[in-house]
Every structure is written in C-alpha cells, then in structure tokens.
Design a protein around this ligand. Structure first.
Ligand code: GLP
Length: 234
C-alpha cells in the first residue's frame, strides 16, 4: 500500500494549525517544527515550500514564516482597484499620466525594504469609474521584479499585468488610510474644488513568497468613495 509522503503529512498538520492562526502571525521556526513532528528539517522545509507555493504562508528573509492574509479574507478585502469598482457595479479604467524608472527615495526604499537608490518603476495613473475620476494613484514597483514593465500597456489592471506577465500575485498587504485635503494639480485631476476632502490609501503589497512587490498611494475622492473593511473576532 502506498504511504503518503512524510512532507504531505506534515503539510496537513500545518494546515490544521493555520486554521487556528491569525493572518500574519509567525509560525514556529523550522528547527522547532522538526523537533515537534519528529522529522528532518528538510521534510519541514518541503512542507513549508508547498504551503508557500499555494499562497497559504509567506516568508520574509531573516524574519520567519507567516500565515498569509488571504487565507482568512478570501478576497473580500484585498482587492485591486478594478475588482473594487466592478464589485460596486462600476466600469474601471485609467489614464496613465507618468511612467518612469527612478532611484528609490529613502521613504520608498523603506516601504519596499530596498537599499535607498535601488531602481523602482514609478507609475502615476488617474483611476476612473464609469469614466469619472475616482482616485489619483502612484505606484512604486521594484524594477528587478518587473523587467520591461514600462514597455507594457498599464492602462488596465496592474494586478492583472503582474499575474499574467510576471506570475506575481499580491496575496497580503499592509494598508494605512488617512484623511487629507487636496489642492492644485491633484484637485484638478480629480475634478474637485481646491481643499476638498479626500482619502489617502497607502498599500504595501506582499506576494505569496513574502516579497514586497508594490508600494502604492491612492488618493480617492471622498465624495465618491468609502472604504469597506471586513473584520471578525477570532
Ligand atoms: C488598489 C490598491 C493599489 C493597487 C491597485 C491595483 O488601488 N490600493 O495598491 O496597486 O489597487 O489595481 P489594478 O489592478 O486595478 O490596477
């Protein structure tokens, strides 16, 4: 009778444990898991790799392995602009305003955990819903992860481009929402009077392998947009 490979048995046990863990909390270290399950570290590594390939966990070099966020949110909170708009019955589109390669500033480097000065692609787009301005969005993407990005059409979903062209999927994110008043060019592009209230949403997108793949700042018109958040008590 064929027996289930050791690493799949460990994978099963880890999956059970993941159902009791909060997203983004750390799993025990490889060595501890090997002791606990009485298997070799190589077997544990293989089990972890297979969970990571399925997007259930992600690792950050030097920090450890973590339960992935999309495991519990199941697509209800980590959406792209395009998905978010379609979910509201609106048709998403974009006007690409600026695309260029830049050296990362200290702020961008910190957000993406890069060396300051490392090349990033900067993409600025006006995001529209049913043809009307909804948000002004600035994206910073590590250039080494997205070779030739700026030669592509970036007027539709960037998450679509990441998945189809680079096989990179944003499965977790850190987000900060702040209130602000917009003026000058931002207000003009959004089509609102100077000093109008707006919502700024900053996101660091993390892929299934635990890499920081985007730093984005989207400034939404607050008369057209509200931020929906699902939470639950664990
Ligand atoms: C939202 C997020 C951004 C993300 C964007 C992708 O606006 N705040 O961080 O880059 O969605 O949207 P799309 O795939 O439609 O370009």
């Amino acid at each position: 009778m064929a027996t289930t490979p050791k690493y799949l048995q460990i994978r099963e046990r880890l999956m059970e444990r993941l159902t009791t863990m909060t997203a983004e909390t750390a799993l025990p270290q490889e060595r501890e898991l090997a002791d606990e399950f009485e298997v070799s570290r190589a077997t544990v590594r293989q089990a972890l790799q297979s969970l990571s390939d399925d997007g259930l966990i992600y690792s950050i070099r030097g920090k450890g392995t973590f339960a992935a966020a999309d495991r519990i949110s199941k697509g209800d909170s980590l959406s792209s602009f395009s998905e978010d708009m379609r979910g509201r019955g609106l048709i998403p589109s974009s006007r690409v305003l600026t695309t260029e390669e830049r050296e990362s500033t200290p702020t961008v480097a910190r957000a993406l955990e890069l060396e300051p000065g490392s090349p990033v692609y900067y993409v600025e787009r006006l995001r529209l819903a049913d043809g009307f301005p909804m948000a002004l969005e600035e994206l910073y993407l590590p250039a080494n992860l997205f070779p030739k990005l700026l030669t592509l059409d970036l007027s539709s979903s960037i998450y679509g481009v990441m998945g189809e062209r680079y096989r990179i999927k944003v499965t977790a994110a850190r987000q900060r929402i702040t209130a602000l008043n917009v003026s000058g060019r931002t207000a003009d592009l959004l089509g609102v009077p100077a000093r109008s209230a707006a919502l700024s949403v900053a996101r660091e997108g993390i892929d299934a392998r635990g890499r920081l793949v985007e730093h984005a700042v989207s400034v939404y018109r607050s008369d057209r947009y509200d931020f929906e958040l699902s939470t639950r008590r664990l």
